[in-house]
Design a protein around this ligand. Structure first.
Ligand SMILES: [Zn+2]
Length: 68
């Protein structure tokens, strides 16, 4: 399984191999040096989603979907 990293500036996806080859950590897409995260910046905080859902069934459903 491949691990991807996401630019914290433009959210473009790169592989760990590409990350290792980056020139001074600059994003190949936008040239930003903000860095990369294994989570897309627009994905949001999963705990934030949980607090929004109050219904127990919905919570269970979202938990199952998260495990797929
Ligand atoms: Zn970028």
């Amino acid at each position: 399984m491949e691990t991807f990293f996401y630019c914290q500036s433009c959210d473009s996806k790169i592989t760990i191999d590409q990350l290792a080859l980056l020139n001074e950590g600059k994003c190949p897409s936008c040239g930003s040096i903000e860095g990369f995260s294994s989570v897309p910046k627009n994905e949001g905080d999963p705990f934030e989603t949980v607090t929004v859902i109050n219904d127990a069934e919905l919570l269970e459903k979202s938990f199952e979907e998260g495990n797929q």
